[in-house]
Design a protein around this ligand. Sequence first.
Ligand SMILES: *[C@@H]1O[C@H](CO)[C@@H](O)[C@H](O)[C@H]1NC(C)=O
Ligand SMILES: *[C@@H]1O[C@H](CO)[C@@H](O)[C@H](O)[C@H]1NC(C)=O
Length: 371
Amino acid sequence: MFPRPLYQLPEGYQMGTESYLSGGSAALRRVPTPRARTRSALLPSMLMFGVILASSALLLMIERGILSEVKTPPPRGDPAWNPQGREYLGDGGDLELHIVREIRNRTLRSVCGQGEGARGVWDLPASQRRTLFKHVLVSDKYRFLYCFVPKVACSNWKRVLKVLGGSLQSVDTGGKMDHHSDLLFLADLSPDGIRHRLRHYFKFLFVRDPMERLLSAYRNKFGEVREYQRRYGLEIVRRYRGREARRSNGDDVTFTEFLRYLLDEEAEKMNDHWMPVYHLCQPCALNYDFIGSYERLREDANHVLHTVNAPPTVRFPERQAWYRPVTKETLEYFLCNTPRGLIRDLLPKYIMDYTLFGYPLPNITSQRCAH
Ligand SMILES: *[C@@H]1O[C@H](CO)[C@@H](O)[C@H](O)[C@H]1NC(C)=O
Ligand SMILES: *[C@@H]1O[C@H](CO)[C@@H](O)[C@H](O)[C@H]1NC(C)=O
């Protein structure tokens, strides 16, 4: 149904003095630099968090406002039900879909509108702008810009872009995706070229529940990709396991260790598989026309393809057969086995992704985790 009100922290977040920092990790004290950095980096996040909580009443009113405008539809097929001929019903008459979009749209405007953050992409600090432009793919033929977020069906979108651009026969072509060849990024263009496209093209991105995305990145990268195990896994066990680390070759990082690592990293410098979407795509600086969700991938992707006038023969690919989706149950299992205090401390880093895109904070109360 509707996203839960955005202001509500589950009870568990006020409790939880239990520490994930104790518990056999004397080693932790020996990693001063990242933690010291985090303290100061955390402060602005906490302030931001405060601002968001303060604006919660506004968001709630917005939500209520929308809900009261919407009449409950009578049983299907009732010809008397005339939803004022709004365009969105072309998407299969899905009222809930419309509401989710509308809430997200208004939240975005109200939350982004009130910060003293950048007004547009050209006001962003150069490093943030660089990150953004490296993540925005361009289709000149169909005049759209797509900000890709790893772990949110981005390989499939890249396939679609290649098919639209004529460099790939079909979206179902097997084989490994090359994430760079035959693709055009905003970063490849001149400032004038970028300005022109930002002004005139249809701009979209796809988002996903932040914790689900992190779990998906964790399972994929640390479970399957040797390069990540070497590059990040070894560093993570070195930091958080002390002596024990010598016995690991980086392929046995736990989810808790991974989250603790995220807590110690600067959001703006993270690997893009776990960097907050807020930093990857800058939704407050770049005025997106559409934000799709992973939870409604097919409908939202079709909506985009329709909007950009893609030929009907180009469809969004089916999930790969080997793909192991993160289910709600899996996510709950991992979260319930993570120290509550750690999740609570990490949330501020991803709070903009939760708030802007209307995802409820994870419920890890003891009642919830009891079963
Ligand atoms: C969390 O889950 C428990 C158990 O299912 C439920 O009773 C509680 O209301 C939930 N809390 C929130 C904030 O959703
Ligand atoms: C928000 O709504 C406006 C007005 O209907 C629309 O032009 C815009 O594309 C929407 N943005 C998003 C991100 O849905």
